[in-house]
Design a binder for this molecule. Sequence first.
Ligand code: PGA
Length: 256
Amino acid sequence: MEIVIQPTPEAATAIAARLLSQLIRQKPAAVLGLATGGTMEPLYARLVAAQLDWAQITTFNLDEYVGLSPEHPQSYHHFMWHHLFRHVNASPKNINLPDGLARNVPLACEDYERKISAAGGIDLQLLGIGTHGHIGFNEPTSSLASRTRIKTLTSQTLKDNARFFSRPSEVPHHVITMGIGTILDSRHCVLLAFGKNKARAVAGSIEGPVTSMFPASALQLHPKVTVFLDAAAASELKMCEYYRWVYDQKPDWQKF
Ligand code: PGA
């Protein structure tokens, strides 16, 4: 696992944007796994500013609220169009998000998994992390082998996400999310976490045991993970100085 610690979220986001831009330039038909949440907004702004060619890019988003239509301002469909897709030349037929209005949810989830496989799998999966260590909406105690499915949100996530809704009671209780097994199948996982409120989840996931109590800890089983942190999110890591030293020693050809 590569841990990149920067003084500020802006500095870390700039490097993460360079990594993504490099992939899009080197592999114009790459398959990207995308994420939503406040952490991703500045990253998408940088990708838009980079004026990349998205014509052949395929995207799969991690998750969506059950019961929200694509037009709902808090749906992840809406988030993605607002922050990224309407600003770039991605082809709508190559954009995929779980269907929050699916009548047959298990079938829609199987179909989503099939589409990811048919696209050749995900080259790079972007991830945020919840304050209790979720990735996607794989809440604590999610199976580490899980695939795309419906999940019930924990009270912690309902509380964390209430800030995006006009009333806390409006946050949907159910979601469709890629599973941890789905995420681990991607060829490169890139996680971004900023702020003191993520420090405990970050430390538990990177340096704690692999446990479904911190779903992001499953990333320890993945051969290629890059984690971008600001100083606050890194503040509970025991090996913090080592990670900084490793990054500082990187030869230029290995840098993003
Ligand atoms: P955030 O969400 O970027 O809004 O903090 C991250 C997550 O819940 O995965």
